[in-house]
Design a protein around this ligand. Sequence first.
Ligand code: HEM
Length: 229
Amino acid sequence: MTDPAEAATARPRDVSVWDPLLRLTHWSFPLLIPAMWWTAENSKWALHKRLGLVLLGVLAFRVLWGFLGPETARFSQFVKGPGAVLAYLRGDRSAGPAIGHSPLGGWSTIALIGAMLVQVSLGLFAGDPYDGMTGPLNSLVGVALADTITEVHETFFWVVAGLVGLHLAAITFYAVKGDDLLSPMVGGSRPPMAGVEGIGAMPWGRGLLAVALAAGLALWVTFGAPPLT
Ligand code: HEM
């Protein structure tokens, strides 16, 4: 008779792909981006500003996590040169890592994070001090420049929205092809793969450090980026 403990160890295990903090960061985006749009459309400026500062903290965390996080979160794992992207597009699956972002997905990640960072940064300087709400760094630029930044901030939202649309179209395209990217982004794991170990234990110490640094940056900006000395 087979020992149940032995049978359990013999059963292939799911492969851990995305860590909990990356997933939490990710799912905050579909909550925050529509909420930011809605608060702007309905002139709820105090809430818009607060959510924007939360988004700044989340994005700062994601950037730090790109250096401190597990392998699939790291920029060094998924930001590949044009050769790897072309090879991947030609169907060469060995052009990218076995788990995590493909060479193409890596660049879409950079585009999404980059566009959200641009949008949040513009918001920090936006607004008119003589007429309504201003971003926390508005006083660092003149009224005319802040006016231009506000206009770019309004228009640039559609760049973010366009990239999100492309992102959702890509996820749907892979789902139709039978490649389920969604479940790992929800539960963290994917079905077993021969010879692939997964990302291993969560580095909680580095996670806390990244959260503290990102929160510190967001708070500092909230107070208008006062001199640190
Ligand atoms: C405002 C909306 C969204 C934004 C800004 C966004 C942004 C991102 C970013 C930046 C990544 C890369 C993950 C990372 O390394 O940090 C990503 C991955 C992913 N997102 Fe989204 N996302 C959005 C909405 C959604 C929605 C609604 C879904 C599901 C229906 C989704 C499904 C996924 C999946 C499955 C991945 C993993 C892709 C892969 O395996 O390479 N996202 N998303």
